[in-house]
Design a protein around this ligand. Sequence first.
Ligand code: DGY
Length: 434
Amino acid sequence: MIKLDRDEAARAILTRNDRGGYTVPTDRLYPFQWNWDSAFVAMGFATFDVDRAYRELERLIEGQWDDGMIPHIVFHAPSDTYFPGPEVWGTRHRIATSGITQPPVFGMALRHVHEAAVEAGLPNAAERTRNLFQAALRSHRWWLRARDPDGLGLVAILHPWESGSDNSPAWDAALARVPTSTTTAIRRKDTGHVDAAMRPRDEDYQRFIHLVDTYRECGWDPQRQWAVAPFKIADVQMTAILARATADLIHLAEDFGWEAERAELSEMHDRLTAGLARRWRSHLSRFVSLDLVSGEDVEAPTQACFMPLVALRIDDAQRQAVQAEIERWHEGMVVGLPSTAPFSPAFEPKRYWRGPVWAVVNWLIADGLRMNGLENLAQRIEQTTVRAIERAGFCEYFDPTTGEGLGGDTFSWTAAAYLVLGRRAKASASGARR
Ligand code: DGY
């Protein structure tokens, strides 16, 4: 057997998980196209095949709804290895999709892919970027209209799956208010692929599906859903990613001279960054989400609390506080950043979003640290992520206490993270040697 070097192995995973212009996160466990996975994957493809990177984004927006929402799953082709499939969602788009969304990394990916295309001299890049830019703009308008109707400057999630951090302790209090009754029969497939101890619990799934049933009964109408939602959290991670993606779209609009779009996006950006800035809590050294049902701050210490750094310029006092807090989360860990602080009673180092380290989270957090002048910490996080993948493989997530690889393997977004962060780690190591 020919032994591949790590970069080749990462590229081979993306190629193997390609199902015809879109990439599944991993075989069997996630057999369709997922929204934020594909945005990261597009940035991974951009390191060696920019045309394919555009295709990833183009295939994702085949699933975009008329109202602008980009769904969290596009069911391009049938598979019986995943629950809940299209029949449970019961949506009416021309291609089967889920009825909820996911973090809008899309705009960040578009700028990244566009810049790689310009560098590579790819023909038609401007045309392709323009089409995808319009799709992104429609989706950002949807976010503000459907998920911030009261103008808080924060966008809300109506389902934990939208956050991408499904069973995070951040949702525990709010999810406990959601009934466990469902009209849909629950037939989990995930625990047939991955150890149940690394996945959400059955009770979580009952509540997840209760929410799907509730919103399906609203005909997936955003206003009706907003009115009845038993779970509604103005999420700092989602808002930060949306604000950052908005900044990246502004950058593209400036490059192309699209003045009306630039002005509209700047207004969105001001609204979102003002909303985010109000969520800083100095006594916690973190940003906190807002539970719109109870009116309470979400104080659970999770990775989301640092995500605003990708969108905001923080001041010196905040910078020092964040640095000390992130160092504290690393104490005694083999790999950081844990998705839940190890000092939290909710910390479970192997269970999905209750402790494990995620390469794409580290990618965003490192970006945010660098943007805020914390270069050394950014490099440390990037380098440890790369080393964790080299030791344990391209796993879905990693146990922070041991470095063990967990969840699905040959994972697309971990491969993409390796391609992007590996280059950065090499560049910073050679910079340090010079
Ligand atoms: C899952 O099925 O675990 C996904 O995270 C939901 O999109």
